[in-house]
Design a protein around this ligand. Structure first.
Ligand code: SF4
Length: 256
């Protein structure tokens, strides 16, 4: 529902973000009829490559849910995100996925990929191993793993070209820049919203087509007139976690 908080006098409408989160499953079931949808778990999944191949990458969601069926497949010490995600998959909530593609963040998703593969009946399962340094050998290794993923996506019907890859890289880069702008505006008290509302805006980006998401973000930032924002004071601190890919920028007061 639009409100009149826009500094330009334009209404601020967070409705598209709220709707996107609320109707995620139904929307993605419909979307999968026209474009293949691939899920991903944690940070470092190269979602640009999935998008460049012509598919929609979406974040697999865990959230608040009672773990019942998944409890017989994974031990309790596995992180809550993985347990609740699997529970949703076993209940059939991820039937719109054509597979799962995962960047190697920790050992857990690697083991979970096998459990998903054996129990969900989805098609493609692929883990992208990551290098641990940036030396020449590591870069060659990483290039090889990305080529391997591109080949897997081609087997699933994807078509990647240098132009499509550049478009996807530019698109996601613009989304990240827009989110950073929103965080800056919030840190300057120019976009005063509870953290839950703000997170909904971010969460919508995990499942919307990136073109649509960027359009919604651009509209929101336009209403806030970020160009006239005064410079922020204080010390910028970036907070992030691996579970929900939550990233927040806040300003801490400078010590006297
Ligand atoms: S949420 Fe964190 S702990 Fe859990 S699988 Fe992902 S990277 Fe590992």
């Amino acid at each position: 529902m639009p409100d009149s908080n826009g500094l330009t006098g334009m209404p601020i409408d967070t409705g598209p973000f709220v709707e996107a989160v609320k109707n995620r499953t139904e929307r993605l079931i419909r979307h999968a009829e026209k474009q293949k949808v691939f899920g991903w778990f944690c940070t470092y999944t190269p979602i640009e490559l999935i998008h460049a191949a012509g598919f929609l990458p979406v974040r697999i969601y865990g959230g608040m849910i009672r773990v019942e069926q998944a409890g017989s497949l994974v031990p309790n010490f596995v992180c809550p995100y993985m347990r609740t995600s699997l529970e949703r998959a076993l209940r059939g909530e991820y039937r719109y996925l054509s597979g799962v593609i995962q960047g190697y963040t920790c050992d857990t998703p690697c083991g979970m990929m096998n459990i998903w593969e054996e129990n969900t009946g989805l098609g493609l399962f692929h883990t992208v191993p990551l290098p641990y340094n940036s030396g020449e050998g590591a870069r060659g290794f990483y290039r090889h793993t990305l080529n391997e993923l591109t080949d897997k996506l081609a087997e699933a019907g994807g078509k990647t070209s240098p132009a499509s890859l550049q478009r996807s890289l530019d698109l996601y880069a613009e989304i990240r820049k827009s989110l950073l702008r929103l965080h800056e505006l919030r840190a300057r008290d120019m976009f005063v919203r509870p953290a839950r509302d703000f997170y909904t805006i971010e969460e919508a980006g995990f499942s919307l087509p990136p073109e649509d998401y960027l359009a919604h973000l651009t509209g929101l930032i336009g209403a806030l007139d970020y160009k006239t924002a005064p410079p922020a004071g204080g010390i910028p601190v970036l907070v992030s976690d691996c579970r929900e890919r939550f990233v927040s920028l806040m300003m801490l007061p400078r010590p006297d």
